[in-house]
Design a protein around this ligand. Structure first.
Ligand code: GSH
Length: 206
């Protein structure tokens, strides 16, 4: 068997980052198996990824994370480079901002859902969770300013998929205001009916 047939993506059902990778595997037709792992992740997952997070892509001899690195690897594995081109500077900066915004949103949402409250004097000078939500709103404004029909060209690309995965995850966990940005809302609405999105939709929370 060749190297491609051995590749495996570890994911948890809800993760927007893992959902992006699952969607890219389907959209770009990359030969990668998908293996679901439970949430919370077992402690021994730290042996696979020292950050204790999914997604993780295993190929022969390589264990690849975080999401941005997996995206590059999946792109390199597309059989006939069917994936649309990403400009090395502008588009990758956009993807970095979208994934960074996702990190802030996940951290702040997890804190809200964990019911954590302030227990001591705030020596930092701001509320980290509120600051994360503020960053998300500012990033959305920045992305909306740059959006056209799609974020990076004439067809949907990894930046559009990533943005949609993150905002749909937010809707399913701890909704925030984002639909007031009409271009972003239009992108998400056009993507969420695609088969790759339907097949990877997170199960409702119990
Ligand atoms: N920066 C990471 C973010 C990945 C991430 O936040 N994964 C979350 C799920 S959305 C996770 O694995 N959480 C498990 C845990 O915290 O135990 C990446 O780009 O891959």
């Amino acid at each position: 068997m060749d190297k491609l047939n051995h590749a495996k993506l570890y994911f948890i059902d809800g993760s927007p980052f893992a959902r992006l990778c699952r969607i890219l595997i389907d959209e770009w037709q990359v030969p990668v198996q998908k293996e679901i792992v439970p949430f919370p992740l077992p402690d021994d997952f730290f042996a696979i990824n020292p950050m204790g997070q999914v997604p993780v892509l295993e190929t022969v001899g390589e264990t690849i994370f975080p999401t941005s690195q997996i995206v590059e690897q999946l792109w390199a594995m597309t059989v006939e480079t069917t994936a649309p081109y990403l400009d090395p500077l502008a588009d990758r900066q956009l993807l970095t901002v979208i994934l960074g915004m996702g990190n802030f949103l996940v951290l702040a949402t997890q804190q809200a859902r964990a019911g954590l409250e302030q227990v001591g004097e705030n020596k930092l000078g701001f509320n980290p969770s509120e600051r994360h939500f503020e960053r998300v709103q500012r990033c959305l404004d920045w992305i909306e300013e740059r959006a056209e029909t799609w974020l990076t060209g004439d067809e949907p690309n990894v930046c559009d998929y990533a943005l949609a995965c993150i905002l749909l995850w937010s809707d399913s966990r701890h909704p925030i205001e984002w639909r007031n940005r009409t271009k972003i809302a239009d992108i998400v609405d056009r993507l969420q009916t695609r088969q790759s999105f339907v097949d990877s939709a997170p199960a409702p929370l119990k």
